[in-house]
Design a binder for this molecule. Structure first.
Ligand code: CMP
Length: 133
């Protein structure tokens, strides 16, 4: 089925000049970019987006990182877009992501892993509303 997913090119990806690289992979996969915006998140928005991680020991660090510079937020749409984007991104821990995936090629640290993608239709709906109300 056709789905939409919320993708972030995180501040480390923007800082390292990887916007084009990530966008190229999304387009090459055959997915459609519906919305795309460069912006720096307010803490409040970041805390809402990462609400499910509020009790984790790394929560403060995660919010500092994601608000620490501009990021690119995208809505990506297409057949099985959620799973397709998770395949392109690779596993959360860059040391476990497939070598050809975005995290597998460009990251080494779990906290600075270049890209975020919604993990289910429910989180996609929730996250798209936060970034593009
Ligand atoms: P993301 O898919 O954006 O969703 C939650 C994020 O928390 C995840 O990517 C990681 O970047 C981050 N994360 C997960 N585990 C850790 C950890 N142990 N230390 C720091 N960040 C983490």
């Amino acid at each position: 089925a056709t789905e939409s997913t919320l993708i972030l090119i995180k501040p480390d990806g923007v800082r390292r000049g990887l916007i084009g690289e990530v966008v190229r992979r999304i387009e090459r996969k055959g997915l459609t970019i519906d919305k795309m915006e460069l912006r720096t998140l307010e803490r409040e928005t970041a805390e809402e987006h990462y609400g499910e991680h509020r009790e984790r020991p790394f929560f403060g660090e995660l919010v500092d990182f994601i608000t620490g510079g501009p990021l690119v937020a995208l809505v990506v749409t297409g057949e099985s877009a959620i799973a397709a984007m998770r395949q392109l991104a690779g596993a959360t821990n860059p040391l476990e992501s497939a070598p050809g995936s975005i995290r597998g090629e460009f990251a080494t640290e779990i906290g600075e892993n270049i890209i975020h993608g919604s993990d289910s239709p429910e989180s996609a709906e929730r996250e798209i509303k936060i970034f593009f109300p």
